[in-house]
Write a protein that binds this ligand. Structure first.
Ligand SMILES: [Zn+2]
Length: 64
């Protein structure tokens, strides 16, 4: 799947690949105990990585 890294300085109001402009879906990937937010275009499936990482709570970070 095509994944595009974007910086927080960029504006992301619509998909740069297909022009879809009604918002993005969000998924979460576990990364070294933290959670990375990934945006998905619901129309063409392009993924955007805005570099947003959430710190998981200690109770949840030791799992699978
Ligand atoms: Zn798209």
């Amino acid at each position: 799947m095509n994944r595009i890294e974007i910086s927080v300085d960029d504006k992301l109001e619509k998909c740069t690949e297909c022009g879809y402009a009604l918002g993005f879906h969000i998924s979460v990937e576990r990364e070294k105990g933290n959670l990375r937010l990934i945006l998905h275009c619901p129309h063409c499936g392009t993924e955007y990585d805005p570099g947003l990482v959430l710190q998981a709570s200690p109770a949840e970070s030791g799992g699978k």
